[in-house]
Design a protein around this ligand. Structure first.
Ligand code: T1G
Ligand code: NAD
Length: 680
């Protein structure tokens, strides 16, 4: 290394967050290097795993976060430096970390480094010049894509776009030092940038699709300012927007989710050092809707998987469906031909159970019937190798009872995937009484490989997600009886931010399965509790949802667009009449209150019964399993945002109006009384 190049390290494990102490250190080091006559150029690099993940998110909203020197001050000082500063990037340069690098006079990165400005995913925009400097290097159009999506991209792509100057093929530090010795004082903020109104209009249209989410639109405004305002005003505009968003409810919610996603893998009695089994091969029993999707999850992660079906024709149909799904991903450009070939080659099907005998994990996804499941587990117990994980995808049955049909209940666990399993991120991991810590830790490790968000839940009807879904759906049905129509309920929920309302979702999933369950339970249903017959009556008409062209809505042939149906309106109104209910209209706010507060109330019960470990896990279940808007933080965080007392008062009112179903959960009542919140 050259003697006259000074290397300065960012050193703040685990991610080199740019907290106040780090900024002060870097400013002092810069000044020392500038004052030292022997130093001709400076290399800025990160100690440990990465360059820097940006601002320390834990400091947001606390004083030192914006204390001196602020990140923009530090970056300005670097850019104004009279000696060239080169950023040497490995691992990750994200958010403020990348902004710091953009203020340097050149950037060099290792080929496997990832770079990006993910601030919008935290409900904010880059606040240290990112929206002003990036467009000056790669233009408005590319900046819009990168900043509004918030994704990290590989260094070679950043190089092709033009914000990384060099990819280090060998040792990063020596290449960076060499680059520093010949670097010029190219100041990013002094480069010209041209406006691109059509790209801006396009980006606005795309951002409007994420209904109600503020940050992407705010980012677009800041990016365009880089081209339309004088330099200083552009930077000021960015900072103003940033400071406003940092204290917004949406940003608080998104930060909550960021930490919740990292917290969920921490299980109090399963320490990080718990032994895990590496899953290198898998079996899936049943190649229906779920089994097929689960098999795809393994193949997508590069894990060979064998699917076992009861009969040959079901197997053929199942494998064809998988092939069809992969082909459609390929035709839409989501996967390459190589990916397709690789994934298909990892997948095989059979009717011979013994083919899974050596698998590290077997996931059962056969019909939802206890006897069928028990038979499958007995068989697995007799053939699977010692130490294999035996998992069930049951959505409602007792995992303990299933486990007891084997001689090794400690290896049995529920892995509740959500439909479509190859798309939905959530994995409810159901802990049985006997499930070993090693089994739990191994499944959590596997979940990461499968790119799933794993949440530990306890045994109980519907676990966390579906149990809360029942409460939500019940409220929606009562709203129909009280005066609303399906499309009104759906629209209110969609405007709130969910991708679909309860009725469009029910039509998509199919109404017949729930109907069959209700018929089975009819004899034992507690008759003193309010019960809506609307869903049953719709099924009696042979309307099972999209698959029959009609359900709560009607569907044109070949279309999936729900169309409100006067026949259903008449049916719903008839039910109200029979019940002697005088129908009234509901505002969207009232509809959302009734549905979402029902979720919260049931969530509180789930929490106090210990079915979920923490409120933030419940939030993840609803965000990743049902599309609850991430920017609202999940139902329990939303309760805190609204105020637990306000939720409690409304639930108490619903209790009086509607009876037992809406009795406030004791935890909700206690928190309201104590002025508490779900997030401690
Ligand atoms: N601040 C504080 N803690 C952070 C952090 C951050 N920026 N990033 C990660 N952590 C913690 C995380 O909670 C976990 O803690 C541990 O570090 C390891 O993280 C002005 C204002 C870099 C891709 O959005 O995307 O700059 O659980 O498990 O899988 O414009 O961390 O161990 O206690 O995620 O190797 C913008 C966020 C900030 C990047 C690494 N930056 N981080 O993934 O590790 S805003 C981001 C990530 C900003 C400026 C603005 C990922 C990663 P614990 P991990 P990983
Ligand atoms: P499905 O009817 O689409 O598929 C079940 C498959 O299992 C069929 O292909 C059937 O031929 C096969 N099968 C039945 N008995 C078998 C046996 N003894 N050996 C081998 N194969 C057998 O059902 P699905 O929707 O995929 O549901 C499967 C499981 O996943 C159920 O436990 C269900 O509760 C659960 N689940 C379903 C969803 C969903 O949305 N569909 C979501 C989460 C969990």
């Amino acid at each position: 290394m050259s003697d006259n190049v000074r290397v300065v390290f960012i050193d703040n494990p685990p991610v080199n967050g740019l907290g106040a102490a780090v900024r002060t250190y870097l400013m002092n080091e810069l000044e020392r290097a500038l004052a030292d006559e022997k130093v001709e150029a400076i290399v800025l690099s990160g100690k440990g795993k990465m360059f820097s993940a940006g601002a320390d998110i834990r400091e947001f909203g606390k004083e030192p976060s914006f204390g001196t020197p602020s990140l923009p001050d530090l970056i300005d000082a670097i850019e104004r430096s009279k000696k060239p500063v080169v950023a040497a990037i490995h691992g990750v340069a994200a958010g403020g970390g990348l902004e710091l690098a953009l203020g340097c006079h050149a950037r060099i990165a290792t080929p496997d480094a990832r770079l990006g400005l993910p601030e919008v995913t935290l409900g904010i925009i880059p606040g240290a010049g990112g929206t002003q400097r990036l467009p000056r290097l790669i233009g408005i159009k590319e900046s819009l894509g990168l900043i509004t999506e918030g994704k990290l991209i590989p260094a070679p792509k950043a190089h092709a776009l033009g914000f990384v100057d060099e990819i280090a093929s060998g040792d990063l530090m020596s290449a960076a030092t060499a680059l520093a010795s010949r670097a010029t004082l190219r100041r990013t903020s002094e480069l010209p940038v041209a406006d691109d109104p059509s790209a801006v209009a396009e980006a606005r249209k795309a951002a409007a699709k994420s209904r109600g989410f503020e940050a992407p639109l705010a980012a677009i405004e800041a990016i365009q300012a880089a081209a339309t305002l004088p330099k200083d005003q552009g930077f000021r505009k960015e900072r103003e927007i940033f400071l406003k968003l940092v204290s917004s409810d949406q940003s608080k919610a998104l930060r909550h989710v960021f930490f919740a996603e990292r917290e969920s893998a921490k299980i109090p009695d399963v320490p990080p050092e718990t032994k895990t089994k590496d899953v290198a091969s898998a079996g899936v029993i049943g190649c229906g809707t779920m089994g097929g999707g689960i098999a795809m999850c393994f193949a997508n992660a590069g894990i060979p998987v064998v699917v076992v079906e009861g009969d040959a024709s079901a197997l053929e149909r199942g494998l064809e469906r998988i092939r069809g799904l992969y082909e459609s991903s390929m035709s839409r450009g989501r996967i390459s031909k190589d990916d397709f070939d690789k994934r298909m080659s990892l997948l095989s099907g059979t009717t011979d159970f013994s083919r899974v005998s050596q698998a590290d994990i077997v996931v059962e996804a056969v019909f939802e019937e206890m006897l069928v499941k028990k038979n499958v587990f007995e068989k697995l117990d007799s053939i699977c190798k010692e130490g294999a994980i035996l998992a069930t995808n049951t959505s409602s049955l007792d995992v303990n009872e299933i486990a007891l049909s084997t001689s090794r209940p400690s290896s049995v666990i529920g892995t509740h995937f959500f439909s479509p399993a190859n798309v939905m991120k959530l994995l409810e991991c159901v802990r049985g009484t006997e499930t070993s810590k090693e089994t739990i830790a191994s499944v959590f490790q596997l979940a990461k490989k499968l790119d799933k968000v794993a949440v530990l839940v306890g045994v109980g009807d519907g676990f966390v997600g579906n149990r809360m879904l029942y409460a939500y759906r019940r409220q929606a049905d009562f709203l129909l009886e009280d005066g609303a129509l399906p499309h009104e309920v759906d629209q209110a929920v969609v405007d709130f931010g969910l991708p679909m309302g309860p009725y469009a979702m029910a039509d998509l999933a199919g109404l017949d399965i729930g109907w069959a369950v209700r018929k089975r339970q009819e004899a034992t249903r507690p008759k003193h509790l309010r019960y809506s017959t609307i869903p049953d009556r719709i099924c009696e008409l042979g309307r099972f949802g999209q698959k029959t062209g009609a359900g709560f809505y009607r569907y044109e042939k070949g279309s999936r667009t729900p169309i409100p149906d006067p026949e259903i309106a008449a049916l719903v109104e008839g039910v109200s009449r029979e019940l002697g209910i005088e129908r009234r209209s509901f505002t969207k706010e009232e509809i959302v209150e009734r549905c979402v507060y029902a979720l919260i109330n049931e969530g509180a019960r789930v929490l106090e019964e210990g079915i979920a470990l923490r409120a933030s896990d419940i939030d993840l279940v609803w965000i990743h399993g049902y599309g609850f808007p991430r920017y609202r933080g999940g139902p329990m965080f939303y309760a805190d945002t609204v105020g637990v007392k306000k939720v409690y008062d409304a639930v108490s009112r619903f209790h009086v109006e509607q009876g037992e179903w809406m009795r406030p959960a004791p935890l909700l009542e206690r928190l309201a009384r104590e002025g508490g919140a779900f997030q401690g």
